[in-house]
Ligand binder design. Sequence first.
Ligand code: GLV
Ligand code: MN
Ligand code: MN
Ligand code: MN
Length: 428
Amino acid sequence: FHSFSSASLSSSLSVDDHGLQKQIDELSSFSDTPAPSVTRVLYTEKDVLARRYIKNLMGLSGLSVREDAVGNIFGRWDGSEPELAAVATGSHIDAIPFSGKYDGVVGVLGAIEAINVLKRSGFKPKRSLEVISFTSEEPTRFGISCLGSRLLTGSKALAEALKNTFDSQNVSFVEAARSAGYAKDQDDLSSVFLKNGSYSAFLELHIEQGPILEAEGLSIGIVTAIAAPASIKVDFEGNGGHAGAVLMPNRNDAGLAAAELALAVEKHVLESGSIDTVGTVGILDLHPGAINSIPSKSHLEIDTRDIDEERRNGVIEKIKQSAITIAKNRGVKLSEFNIINQDPPALSDKSVIEAMEAASKELNLTHKLMISRAYHDSLFMARISPMGMLFIPCYRGYSHKPEEYASIEDIANGVKVLALTLSKLSLS
Ligand code: GLV
Ligand code: MN
Ligand code: MN
Ligand code: MN
């Protein structure tokens, strides 16, 4: 006999929206750039302070806190049958340079508040509920996206690669992790792996990062699939030289090779025939970077995504052919063409989707099914657990810039749907 029918539970869920807004604002102050922008990069001092803030909140909510060797943070509320696989929810708190304060954060602070909401309502979980704050969803420091969740879900290739991964200042991953208090006595990061079946379900609450919910006046997006991202690093090398003295026919300009490749990326993406194919050259560095020196080296980082993996892989192949041709025609060397990741898309789990839909309906919140064009830790959690994601509207779809904004009303709606969905999955 459950005294908490979900109908009565849904009416007793109340979010402390003032408290939650205050936490979002406080967390945003751990930043290396001035407000309203937020910059919080993996294992920096500000990241460590933000982590402390999260662990403290988890403790205040009565969760038992654990961290793994790369700093994924887990806060657990034991259920009445703690031997059953837990239901987990979470997101990330790292922020790319000059971004906003909601990306990821809503899914971590919102998850802790969802636990508080359930506790205040008197709900008693059967399966344990666990909040996860994932390490480095953003690729800023080491060029690896979803580092924590990728490793957690068993990427042996990543555990191996991290032994030999450096940031742009030549600090090794392990050294950086140690400076933040992680990876203490082990070089082997396979201790982070979790078994398939560790969780009966994983949920992530996130701002949409797109304009659809706001434009359609809807409260909740229920994600059915996450688009497949890939990232590529490219280096060209030429002879460089004096910008006045070396005549044009005698140059092999690595910078122009990079410029030409950037335009080729756009062309191949546009030629895919689908609006769902996207490609971005977000990093383009020239060496030595002096106005009067022909670039002798160039470095590009290319992000390309699609909801269709094969079509995306076709674009990658064309980009590679272009890089080879451009290098040949310009007499520069293509010294690196490295596909850093080429991830498959992920599908949400049917029963998790149904639970999110039922929760939205019981709370009288308008909702629609949609795909996620941004990637998330959920992309990887889907490898070891049934997965589902909840989106809330955000202002004009802005994200990865300081103007990113979501109203506390929309956030609170997301937290309620998250709490009710967690309760359902905990009892199932
Ligand atoms: C993650 O932040 C992404 O780029 O989708
Ligand atoms: Mn992001
Ligand atoms: Mn995010
Ligand atoms: Mn993301």
